[in-house]
Write a protein that binds this ligand. Structure first.
Ligand code: NAP
Length: 314
């Protein structure tokens, strides 16, 4: 069974960048803004007048992204910050830099991701790589940046999931896939965890008064570098995918539309939500398990060593 508690508030199907209000005066951080969905998101936000921080590993790709954004928006306010989500020390360092230099953060877009490395790999802290980069790193980054988000008047956290979340499960007995690594299951678990995190963040913000709107989005199947390491056949299938700019619309809607709702999940509405016009995405039943979400949250605090405050004043 699927559901989305916001059925009354579906976005208009033909929502496009032309509908995006000016973002002048707002500050966004986009993880993985050097490529694919993150790049398109950063570009559109900068074109709408926002100040954008692109955070990813490669400074070279960062500078290329900035140059390319400035070709379309010459006066774009965009900067690169080094971030390796597979390294908790790097996340902490970025948090410290930004908390010291930015006046506030209006939007955090938890976008960066990797998909299905064929061999099990681990992060600097010893976690399965997809769990670390796609999910746990963003959990820690959000906790790190919460004080900065709370300085904004209407802060949002957008976290990217995937249609793969529907075939995912949380393997609490072996979250790191140490026993029997399966690249697809580990990817699906990480994306389910992202969706559950987005929903749980909204619940906790409501309960503790953090003042955050937490929204999930997914890009359907979009042509990006995500499948770059896959075999020839899977790579070739990318011609059927929608352009990355189209895939970024649910994220941009979630990050900027006044009518977007905290706790909602947005994505394309075509066949199997793989492509097509924007709308409410279906939330898999497994993602609605609030008990499992709370358990995941607790485990994530333990693994990352990063705790969210329990009350506003904490
Ligand atoms: N494309 C699709 O069809 C699709 C479908 C469903 C969901 N998604 C989700 O959409 C999001 C964006 O993916 P995409 O398709 O745009 O992929 P992409 O083109 O491969 O971009 C991934 C981005 O993540 C960054 N990144 C990778 N590892 C990182 C790390 N350890 N630390 C920090 N940044 C890192 C990369 O930058 P650097 O290499 O410079 O670090 C790059 O900017 C992901 O969360 C993905 O799961 C995509």
């Amino acid at each position: 069974m699927f559901g989305n508690a916001f059925a009354q508030d579906a976005p208009k199907h033909d929502w496009s960048l032309a509908d995006m209000a000016s973002q002048r005066g707002r500050i966004f951080l986009v993880t993985g803004g050097t490529s694919g969905i993150g790049y398109e998101s950063a570009k559109a936000l900068a074109a709408a007048g926002a100040q954008v921080v692109i955070a990813a590993r490669s400074s070279e790709r960062g500078q290329e992204a900035i140059a390319s954004i400035r070709q379309e928006t010459p006066n774009a306010r965009v900067q690169f910050e080094a971030l390796d989500l597979a390294n908790l020390a790097s996340i902490r360092a970025l948090g410290e830099r930004l908390n010291a230099t930015l006046p506030r953060l209006d939007g955090l877009i938890n976008n960066a991701g990797i998909m299905e490395p064929p061999e099990r790999d681990t992060s600097a802290d010893g976690f399965e790589m997809q769990f670390a980069v796609n999910y746990l790193g963003h959990f820690a980054l959000t906790a790190e940046l919460l004080p900065l988000l709370q300085k904004a008047t209407s802060p949002r956290v957008v976290t990217l999931s995937s249609i793969a979340a529907a075939r995912g499960a949380l393997h609490f007995s072996d979250l790191q896939f140490e026993q029997d690594y399966d690249a697809g299951s580990a990817y699906a678990q990480s994306k389910l965890a992202c969706l559950m995190f987005a929903l749980e963040l909204q619940r906790r913000s409501d309960a503790a008064g953090w003042g955050i709107q937490s929204i999930a989005s997914h890009p359907g199947l979009s042509r990006t570098n995500l499948q770059a390491n896959h075999g020839f056949v899977r790579r070739s299938l990318r011609v059927l995918f929608q352009p990355a700019a189209q895939g970024a619309l649910p994220t941009l809607y979630a990050a900027t539309a006044p009518e977007a709702r905290g706790g909602a999940y947005y994505g394309p509405t075509g066949m199997m939500e793989a492509r097509g016009p924007l709308g409410l995405a279906e939330v898999p039943q497994s993602a609605m398990d609030a008990e499992a979400a709370a358990r995941l949250w607790k485990v994530s605090e333990e693994l990352s060593g990063k705790r969210f405050p329990t009350r506003l004043a904490d």
